[in-house]
Ligand binder design. Sequence first.
Ligand code: SAH
Length: 218
Amino acid sequence: MSVTPGIGMTSQRTRARMVERLREQGIKDPAVLAVMGSIQRHVFLEEALQSRAYEDTPLPIGHGQTISSPLTVARSCELVYHGEPLERVLEIGGGCGYQAAVLSRLAKQVISLERIAKLVRQARLNLQQLRVTNVMMKVADGSHGYDKGAPYDAIVVAAAMPEIPRDLPRQLKTGGRLVAPVGNGSEQRLVMIEATADGFREQTMEAVKFVPLLSGVS
Ligand code: SAH
């Protein structure tokens, strides 16, 4: 089968099948499903892996890191998206830029922090290729968010935190939501925090598996 971008294993039809599987796996939001069907995940992978881009699995992107699985990305987007375009979103752990591209279609502006400079360079090229212009990728340790861009409608954390630092939910607008994998090693759960007028409401959800959040830049 051909692996030339746009046909065969990287075609629109292959993405449509991926969206079907996401639906079967419980993703319901029509906007999130539409965006998942429109973003070319293979663009974020090296050529040798492009034919596997629409499998439901994380894949290596170099530097010991992975691109999140389509289900992981869809699930966290669905949890923070409430049916209307988000104003400003912060992503912590941008990697190769895939989730930032998905978020770019659900939000007016996305700030994405990534601690590995070489990945940021690659992510910027990937986003350029998809003509995404509303994502700012920054080389930074995002362990404590990015106060300068606050307040956010949503904060999406893509690396596992041992616990959510107190200063992170404070960067949300009222009504805004934060989603983060919390725990270490094999014991991680997705946690959602909503900023309400009377304080923060926290919910612990399904078990997940993310790479660990590390400190400092490299
Ligand atoms: N959102 C990415 C997932 C990348 S995996 C996607 O769309 O596929 C998680 C990323 O978090 C890795 O690239 C890792 O380098 C990064 N990371 C880990 N600790 C970090 C920190 N403290 N600040 C910013 N990025 C971090």
